[in-house]
Design a protein around this ligand. Sequence first.
Ligand SMILES: CC(C)(COP(=O)(O)OP(=O)(O)OC[C@H]1O[C@@H](n2cnc3c(N)ncnc32)[C@H](O)[C@@H]1OP(=O)(O)O)[C@@H](O)C(=O)NCCC(=O)NCCS
Length: 154
Amino acid sequence: MADSVALLLRKVNAGAVHPLRHLVLREGRPFEESIFSGDEDLSTLHFAAYDLNGKVCAVVSFFEREHPSLSSPRSYQLRGMASHPELRGRGCAKALLQWSEEELLSKYGCRLIWCNARQRATGFYESQSYVLEADPFEIEGIGLHYRMHKYLKP
Ligand SMILES: CC(C)(COP(=O)(O)OP(=O)(O)OC[C@H]1O[C@@H](n2cnc3c(N)ncnc32)[C@H](O)[C@@H]1OP(=O)(O)O)[C@@H](O)C(=O)NCCC(=O)NCCS
């Protein structure tokens, strides 16, 4: 892995995650498509990793939502995980996700995180101990996805 990046990890407003979300996850599509339903809900959490110059290196959001089949005292759906294309493989996404999980556990009582992972991203989540569930499904216009989850232990 290339040198890791010195990062500042922060809870942010929805507006702070939209530009990188758009660049990485909705490239070439109207900017409005990078605004997700529920982004502004009071229960929704957005986190970002900044480098020391204030550049956004990675973003992720969590929506308070039950997993379709697993029960847990408080569950969040992870969405919009993205790291800057110029900084891939330098630990930005991993650092942000690990810090976000600690925040979710200690401040928000989260015990279960789940996501619908793009096929090409499942290896990243597996490296962070997310469990791959059976039966992939297609999300129109984006491609094949796998549901994945991770229980957080106090
Ligand atoms: C997936 C993504 C967020 C990973 O970001 P990143 O900053 O490159 O990841 P990191 O450098 O923090 O990598 C952390 C670990 O995951 C591994 N990893 C990262 N991407 C991986 C992949 N696609 N497949 C397998 N492993 C991967 C790294 O090798 C590293 O492993 P290590 O800790 O054992 O060294 C990034 O590639 C991205 O934004 N992809 C496009 C958007 C996307 O698909 N998002 C997910 C939507 S579900």
